[in-house]
Every structure is written in structure tokens, then in C-alpha cells.
Write a new protein. Structure first.
Length: 280
């Protein structure tokens, strides 16, 4: 879902891109957890930089199939890192991680990791692998219109539910500080240019609960909210695995290192809402 927006942006910025995936529209198609195929592809391409978006993000599935989560979220990174280490190139790795590695009170700094489910554990293990080479590890979350029909973002789900008059439950005790897809791809391109080494929180200022986000998003689009019900996560029968309650991040390290000011979430909600105006 992120790659479908990132690839055209990077190409527009003048970068020569090879795409990898498991679908026919990618330049190279194989499972990144396969070390032999990974090495063969990278030996042929000899990239100057690898941006790893591969991730199994289904929290329930990660909990149910621990080895599947390991292969997608950890082994795939290990294979990239092993190739970089053995290739003799100066290839830099940009690894996209998650805000799910945080929980607890306050804004979380990069060292304040709290792992509460296997999704977070497998992603954190991937970070540990990525840190063995020259890498920029970006902990993030995002909202905005998806460019692929088979994957919905949170804002896609809220919009589709409201406009189809479908009753939905939204969590008022789960807090996050995401970026819009548009802003995130711009920040990733900045990382591509500067290659900062280390782990960085990449999100918005003044995060909010997912319920407050949904209502603010609907208000921006002047959509009715009578089909939305706020609930506590303990009441959510659709959740089996534990989710962190507070994933809001301290983003000062990224801002200071890259010399940027990241936006407030309220401003991003308005920006994202504009992506849906043509359908409203």
C-alpha cells in the first residue's frame, strides 16, 4: 500500500527504481525470505539503496502463525542485510518499521520499546537485523487514500463505512500519531537523499485516539457520524491479539537530524480529507 505511492514519487524525483513483490506488476517477483533468490536478484541489480517495505501487518495472523511473521518481518530483513554485508557495496538500507513497538504513558522516544504482541516482536527483531549495516530505520504509521484496491488504510475504512451507512465500532482508548501517505513518501525521499543512520520515529505532532481521528476525518468531509460507535478496546470482540494503547511518538530526533518540522495530526486530517472530496 505504501509502495504504490512511494515508487511514483521517487521516480518523479529522478531516482531509478526497481520494484520487488509477489505480484506480476513488480520488476522482480520472489519471496524475500528466500535467501538464494534474494541474493540472485540483488547480485543482478547491484542497488545503491534498498527500501524495505515488506511486512506482515495482520496482527492476528502474526499471533497465530509465529513462524510466518518471522519469515516476513525478520528473515526477509536478515537476507537483505546478509547480502549488503557480503556484496562489498556501499548499499544503504531504509527499513520501514512500526509504532507498534511502543505502549504506555507519554510520548515515546526511540529507546522506549515495549513489545506487547508477536507483530511488534517480529518487527523489532527486523530492526535489530537492519541495524547491523548502514541503515535508516523508520518507525511509522500512516493514513490516506490507498492506490491499490485490495488494501485499505484506516481512513479508507472509515470513509467506506460511513458512505455505505455501515455501523462500525472505533476505539477511544488507542492513541497514535500517524503521517499522511503523501507526507510520509516525501520524508522517505528526504531520507534517501541524506541517509541518516539509526532508528527514527516518523509521525505527526499532537496525536489522538483512533476514535477522535475518525470523527475529525468525518467532520472535515461533512459526513454523518451516526453509524460510528466509540468503544474501549476491551469491548472490541473483533480483536483477539492485544494492541498497544498508546503509540504516540516523540519525533524530535527525526526533525533535528533532517532539519524539518513535521505537521500536526489535525492538519494532516484536513489534507487527507481532500483526497476523498472527489468521491464525496
Amino acid at each position: 500500500m505504501l509502495g504504490s505511492s512511494l515508487v511514483p514519487h521517487l521516480r518523479k524525483c529522478g531516482h531509478n527504481i526497481y520494484t520487488h513483490g509477489l505480484a506480476a506488476q513488480a520488476d522482480v517477483i520472489f519471496n524475500l525470505s528466500d535467501k538464494v533468490k534474494t541474493f540472485q536478484a540483488l547480485d543482478e541489480m547491484r542497488p545503491e539503496m534498498i527500501i524495505n517495505l515488506v511486512s506482515l501487518t495482520d496482527v492476528e495472523l502474526c499471533e497465530e502463525q509465529v513462524n510466518f511473521a518471522y519469515l516476513a518481518n525478520t528473515r526477509s530483513v536478515e537476507n537483505l542485510v546478509n547480502w549488503i554485508g557480503l556484496s562489498g557495496t556501499d548499499c544503504h538500507l531504509v527499513h520501514i518499521s512500526t509504532d507498534h513497538v511502543y505502549d504506555g504513558v507519554g510520548l515515546h522516544m526511540e529507546e522506549n520499546v515495549t513489545l506487547t504482541n508477536n507483530y511488534a516482536f517480529s518487527k523489532y527483531a527486523g530492526e535489530l537485523a537492519a541495524s547491523l549495516v548502514s541503515s535508516s530505520i523508520l518507525r511509522t504509521n500512516f493514513i490516506g487514500r490507498s492506490r491499490v484496491s485490495h488494501r485499505q488504510s484506516l481512513s479508507d475504512w472509515v470513509y467506506a463505512s460511513i458512505t455505505s451507512s455501515r455501523n462500525i465500532q472505533i476505539l477511544n482508548d488507542v492513541y497514535f500519531s500517524p503521517l499522511s501517505i503523501k507526507t510520509l513518501v516525501e520524508m522517505i525521499e528526504l531520507v534517501v537523499k541524506n541517509k541518516p543512520v539509526g532508528i527514527y520515529n516518523l509521525g505527526s505532532h499532537k496525536g489522538m485516539s483512533k476514535a477522535d481521528f475518525a470523527f475529525s476525518f468525518a467532520e472535515c468531509l461533512k459526513l454523518t457520524t451516526n453509524t460510528m460507535q466509540c468503544i474501549e478496546s476491551s469491548e472490541a470482540k473483533f480483536l483477539k491479539a492485544y494492541r498497544p494503547k498508546n503509540m504516540r511518538m516523540d519525533i524530535s530526533k527525526f526533525e533535528n537530524t533532517l532539519g524539518v518540522k513535521l505537521p500536526n495530526l489535525t492538519d494532516l486530517i484536513q489534507q487527507v480529507a481532500e483526497e476523498y472530496y472527489e468521491f464525496n
